[in-house]
Design a protein around this ligand. Structure first.
Ligand SMILES: Nc1ncnc2c1ncn2[C@@H]1O[C@H](COP(=O)(O)OP(=O)(O)O)[C@@H](O)[C@H]1O
Ligand SMILES: [Mg+2]
Length: 327
């Protein structure tokens, strides 16, 4: 166990991957603490706290082979992802579903020996800021596949009238470039555009999209995400193997998210439990934002430990600006 962490530590250092290095160091601290070496654990955490701020991008002249070139470059954004299951708070059923999809896709060959294939067409739905986009990144990170995000806004604004053609080009690309393909907010344009001609175009595009989803044999994971599940009819649902709802966090999930974000800077479980009461009804994204604001205050104050007050003030400030979306 510890050998694995040490290897990860060395490897991430060798690759200049600061964020993995930091995570490995914190895992080491956790392992020491579990082994009863509380003092060593604290010393390691103190060293991590003094490390310069991480940049999530890797340094050096690494060429990202996932980045699309040519005509698709504007509408298809690709990249490797660092997100893992431990970075997302999910309700148990959703977590089970995603883990199951991951194992099916990892065991593709074994499934195919028996004439079945992994489920890989996923529909994520729910309020904004509740983890749909993040979950797609987690799938990509866990599978070590690039996340290819289809930018529907670019697709529509630039190529109105030719959108179905562009979509077909993307689906043609999928077998050549294995990845997690995220069709994010694929219905958003339906709402944004008012006039009937555009709505007609939109319907044609959604229809074309669904046909392409049906016909796709690429083996890539395909995620369609929508904030407006009520606008979709049964025909849409039928085309997906797995449907995952993303809801606003329960109180327990708010606590979990606060711990995820703030326990490395010393927020206690008790504090998190207390503080969560102030964020009931918020989205995950709002809570994450308050946590980041609190860390900013702590850092500006030249402290290495967060105080309950930092979080209280951050939550109040967001509330005052009426940021938590109440949709
Ligand atoms: N379930 C979650 N667990 C942990 N963090 C979350 C979760 N949902 C949202 N977040 C935080 O909020 C940000 C925005 O969420 P996002 O995945 O873009 O929401 P959506 O796609 O549903 O609108 C994420 O990058 C993450 O920081
Ligand atoms: Mg999103």
């Amino acid at each position: 166990m510890k050998a694995d962490i040490l290897k990860l530590l060395l490897q991430s250092h060798a690759e200049g991957d600061e964020s993995s290095f930091r995570k490995a160091a914190l895992q080491l601290a956790a392992a020491e603490s579990t082994a009863g070496h509380v003092r060593v654990a604290e010393e390691i955490r103190a060293i991590v706290a003094k490390m310069p701020a991480t940049s999530t991008r890797r340094q050096g002249p690494v060429v990202d082979i996932a980045a699309p070139r040519g005509e698709l470059a504007d509408i298809l954004e690709g990249g490797h992802r660092e997100e893992r299951l431990r970075d997302i708070v999910l309700r148990p059923e959703a977590e089970e579903t995603l883990k199951r999809v991951l194992s099916e896709n990892r065991s593709r060959a074994r499934l195919e020996r028996f004439g079945v294939s992994p489920r890989r067409r996923l529909l994520f739905h729910g309020a904004p800021g509740c983890g749909k986009t993040l979950a797609a990144a987690v799938l990509a990170g866990e599978m070590s596949l690039p996340l290819m995000t289809v930018r529907f806004d670019a697709l529509f604004s630039r190529f109105l009238g030719a959108t179905a053609v562009q979509l077909r080009a993307i689906f043609a690309e999928m077998p050549r470039r294995p990845g997690v393909y995220l069709f994010d907010e694929f219905d958003s344009v339906a709402k944004a555009r008012g006039d009937s001609q555009d709505v007609g175009e939109m319907n044609r595009v959604v229809t074309a999209f669904l046909q392409l989803v049906d016909a796709d044999m690429s083996g890539s994971i395909l995620v369609a995400a929508t904030n407006h599940v009520e606008l979709l009819d049964r025909a849409v649902f039928r085309r997906f193997d797995v449907i995952v709802p993303f809801d606003r966090p329960t109180r327990e999930q708010i606590v979990e998210l606060m711990k995820l974000r703030l326990s490395t800077v010393g927020l206690t479980d008790d504090d998190a439990t207390q503080l969560a009461a102030n964020a009931i009804g918020w989205t995950f994204a709002d809570v994450a934002r308050a946590c980041d604001d609190a860390v900013r205050t702590m850092a500006l104050d030249d402290r290495e430990e967060i105080s309950e007050r930092d979080v209280v003030l951050a939550l109040e400030e967001l509330k005052r600006r009426n940021v938590p979306a109440r949709s």
